[in-house]
Design a protein around this ligand. Structure first.
Ligand code: FES
Length: 196
């Protein structure tokens, strides 16, 4: 099956769906490539994420990764939530197809955006550079940088195949050129002998 049982379960029965009216932090991120949007709400007490909810307008994988991300951060200290990467979300879901990994990046960035909003609203100093601006440009850079080895390995044979194809095509063209130039020489020679 393309999707694991866990992905299907979180897609069909997403956990923590909804809004928190008096949220301490709200993070919204979007992927301009596919148009999907994820919004995450957090409640924080004494540095612990006591409640989290999400609303996702997007694909099944985006819903499953948002749902799993909320499960991973609920009840955790902010510092631990900040350490959750998209790979951790993917692993917790027993994997995602390589072309759906960007959906998990959205989940990681939504967590970070909500925490950033919490810091800003509560005037807590933080390192701006560590946080996504919430637009897609950095999401794709992030995606490339965080591609698991498996996805990279899958990309390699494809590249090798393409290179082999182009070499084959080049050889074919070269053979064609040689054959046609041979043909034209033969034609010229036969014309010459006919004249004689
Ligand atoms: Fe856009 Fe999944 S296709 S987040």
């Amino acid at each position: 099956m393309l999707y694991s049982e866990k992905v299907m379960d979180h897609f069909k029965n997403p956990r923590n769906v909804g809004e928190i009216k008096d949220a301490d932090g709200i993070g919204e991120v979007g992927n301009a490539k596919c148009g999907d949007i994820m919004r995450m709400y957090i409640k924080v007490k004494n540095g612990i994420i006591t409640d989290v909810k999400f609303m996702t307008f997007g694909c099944g994988s985006a819903i499953a990764t948002s749902s799993m991300a909320t499960e991973l951060i609920k009840g955790k200290p902010i510092e631990q939530a900040l350490e959750i990467t998209n790979q951790a979300v993917v692993e917790a879901l027993d994997g995602l197809p390589a072309y759906k990994l960007h959906c998990s990046v959205l989940a990681e960035e939504a967590i970070k955006a909500a925490i950033k909003d919490y810091y800003e609203k509560h005037h807590i100093p933080f390192d701006e550079k560590k946080y996504c601006a919430g637009d897609c440009a950095c999401l794709h850079e992030h995606e490339a940088a965080h591609k698991p080895a498996k996805a990279k390995a899958e990309a390699k044979p494809a590249k090798a195949k393409a290179e082999a194809k182009s070499t084959k095509a080049k050889t074919k063209t070269a053979t064609k050129t040689t054959t046609s130039s041979k043909k034209s020489t033969t034609n010229k020679n036969s014309k010459k002998s006919a004249k004689k």
